[in-house]
Design a protein around this ligand. Structure first.
Ligand code: ADP
Ligand code: MG
Length: 212
C-alpha cells in the first residue's frame, strides 16, 4: 500500500468502497496534502490548478463528517457560476453514492425562486450554490444556516472577480462562527488573504503547482 492510497485515510468504510468503485485509487497531490488536515477538522486553504481534484478533497472531508440522520443544512459550498455549482454537485453525488438518503441541493441564480423554495422546504444536508442566490434565500428567511458546520469557498478568486464580495459578507453573517472553513483558489490576491484572515481560524495552507 502506498502513502497516497485513499485507504491510508481515516475515511468511513463505505466511502472508501465507493471510491474504489469509482476507480479513485490514488489520491491526487492536492488530495494527499489537504485531506489529512481536512479530516482533522482544520481550516484549509488550497491552491491547485483546474483538474487537480479539489472537489474530492473537500467533498470527502465534508461527507465523512456528515450526519445523514440530522436533516439540517450541515454544509454550504459556494461557487462562482451555476455551471461550476452543477459540476461540484454532480461530483459530490458520485462521492456520496454509498450514503443513503443524503440530500444535496443546488441553488443558483437564473432559475425561478418557486421550485427552489419548495426544495428548501423539503430540507437538505448539503447546499451548493452561487453567492447572489444564496444571499437572497437567506434574506427571505428561506434558508437556515444556523446549524452549518462546514463552509467551502470554491474558486474564491473567481467569486471576487464576479463581484460577489458583498454577498459573501452577508452570507458569512448568517452562519455560526464555530465551523470548519475550506477555501480553494487558483490565485491569492490581497482580497482573498483578507477573507482568509477574517473568517478562517489558523488555516493550513496547501499548494500544488502542477496537475496530477
Ligand atoms: P478541480 O476542482 O481541481 O479542477 P475536479 O475536482 O473537478 O478538479 O477533478 C477533476 C477530475 O478528476 C474529475 O473528473 C474527477 O472525477 C477526477 N478525480 C479527482 N480525484 C481523483 C482521483 N483521486 N483519482 C481519479 N480521478 C480523480
Ligand atoms: Mg473545481
Amino acid at each position: 500500500m502506498s502513502e497516497t492510497d485513499f485507504s491510508t485515510l481515516n475515511l468511513h468504510a463505505d466511502l472508501l468502497q465507493n471510491l474504489d468503485s469509482l476507480g479513485y485509487h490514488q489520491m491526487t497531490p492536492i488530495q494527499a496534502q489537504s485531506l489529512p488536515a481536512i479530516l482533522d477538522g482544520k481550516d484549509v486553504i488550497g491552491q491547485g490548478k483546474t483538474g487537480s481534484g479539489k472537489t474530492a478533497a473537500f467533498g470527502l472531508g465534508l461527507l465523512n463528517k456528515l450526519n445523514v440522520k440530522r436533516f439540517r443544512v450541515q454544509t454550504l459550498v459556494l461557487c462562482p457560476t451555476r455551471e461550476l455549482a452543477d459540476q461540484v454537485a454532480k461530483e459530490l453525488r458520485r462521492l456520496a453514492r454509498s450514503i443513503h438518503n443524503i440530500k444535496i441541493l443546488t441553488l443558483c441564480g437564473g432559475t425561478p425562486f418557486g421550485p427552489q423554495i419548495g426544495s428548501l422546504e423539503h430540507g437538505a444536508h448539503i447546499i451548493v450554490g452561487t453567492p447572489g442566490r444564496i444571499e437572497e434565500h437567506l434574506r427571505k428567511e428561506r434558508l437556515d444556516l444556523s446549524e452549518l458546520d462546514t463552509l467551502v469557498l470554491d474558486e474564491a478568486d473567481r467569486m471576487l472577480d464576479m463581484g460577489f464580495q458583498e454577498s459573501l459578507d452577508v452570507i458569512f453573517g448568517y452562519m455560526p462562527k464555530q465551523r470548519q472553513t475550506l477555501l480553494f483558489s487558483a490565485t491569492f490576491p490581497k482580497q482573498i488573504e483578507k477573507i482568509a484572515k477574517d473568517i478562517m481560524s489558523e488555516p493550513v495552507r496547501v499548494e500544488v503547482a502542477s496537475t496530477h
